[in-house]
Design a protein around this ligand. Structure first.
Ligand code: SF4
Ligand SMILES: [Zn+2]
Ligand SMILES: [Zn+2]
Length: 307
């Protein structure tokens, strides 16, 4: 029976308590509102672009932020979708996202790799790690287009699982600098060219989001990028899932203990971290003379010329 009422349970929390549909939806939404409030993710007159991929996480964020703030005329929510050019995956997500936004009257901006860089991801992955190329280019387009849209923040669908994976990945690769930029809200003071990022689903697990998205009818089917299996992140993900199965609460412990040391990491990076400057080639903010996007694009261009 549901822990809070007498109805049939649909979800069992890590604490062992079971919740019925309406108590689970309530639990989920309260957790998002608490994250927004405690970490001050949204200011009184914010305009926010939600980075949507068409998956359960980002559509859940868009749906929630839209419904929480729709009566508030001072806060504006819109969608921003990057079309990498992944046949059979992104094209499907694009259609469902367009429909989703039309139904709710949310404005959606779509930017493709093809129009921005002149190629589809599918056409440049041979001999390269798809996610390494994709991640760099995607981050660049999200930031530059959020800036063009004039929004104050970029909201993403990052959840507890994503954050736990990233913390471990940075740890395994000894990348303290990248860890200092994690947390429910990213540093806005790093450089004026960076649009601050917020993660309203920070304390919710992938499983909880999947349940919520299905119960609310936000998504009807699960779509996965065909390149996901090849990624380093996916290996960490599988390892973490095994640990969570054996020791429930592992992911939560990783993120909570990380949040305890995050303020110290931020102080350290402010003192010793690399200075953010403008890329000599494209002018985007970066920590080296040439940004990662230009490095990736230069390599792709030179390999195309040598063919
Ligand atoms: S799984 Fe990799 S290739 Fe696919 S969208 Fe994500 S980063 Fe891009
Ligand atoms: Zn109940
Ligand atoms: Zn550049």
């Amino acid at each position: 029976m549901c822990h809070a009422c007498d109805k049939k349970p649909v979800y069992k929390l890590i604490s062992g308590e079971s919740l019925c549909k309406s108590c689970f939806l309530d639990y989920f939404e309260k957790k998002v509102r608490k994250t927004l409030r405690v970490y001050k993710l949204v200011d009184k007159e914010d305009s926010i672009a939600v980075a949507v991929s068409g998956g359960k996480d980002s559509l859940t964020v868009l749906d929630l932020l839209h419904s929480i703030y729709k009566e508030n005329k001072k806060i504006k929510i819109q969608g921003l979708l990057i079309d990498e050019g992944i046949d059979g995956y992104r094209d499907q997500c694009l259609e469902s996202t367009k429909k989703f936004c039309e139904e709710r009257n949310i404005s959606l901006t779509v930017v493709s790799y093809e129009e921005a860089f002149g190629f589809k991801l599918d056409n440049v992955v041979e001999g390269r790690k798809p996610c390494s190329v994709c991640g760099v280019l995607r981050r660049n387009l999200l930031n530059s287009h959020a800036r063009k849209l004039g929004v104050k923040k970029l909201a993403t669908g990052h959840n507890l699982d994503d954050e736990a994976q990233t913390i471990l990945m940075n740890q395994f690769r000894r990348n303290v600098e990248a860890s200092a930029r994690l947390g429910p809200i990213t540093a806005s003071e790093a450089h004026e060219g960076f649009v601050p990022r917020i993660k309203p689903l920070y304390f919710l697990s992938e499983k909880e989001i999947m349940t919520y998205a299905f119960l609310k009818g936000i998504v009807r089917e699960f779509n996965e990028c065909p390149y996901n299996k090849e990624s380093y992140r996916n290996q960490i993900r599988e390892m973490l899932n095994q640990f969570e199965e054996l020791y429930p609460g592992t992911k939560h412990s990783i993120v909570s203990s990380f949040l305890e040391i995050l303020p110290a990491l931020k102080v350290k990076e402010k003192k010793e971290g690399t200075v953010i400057q403008k890329c000599l080639q494209c002018g985007e903010p970066c920590s080296q003379e040439i940004c990662q996007t230009c490095v990736v694009l230069n390599e792709i261009k030179s390999s195309q010329h040598s063919l």
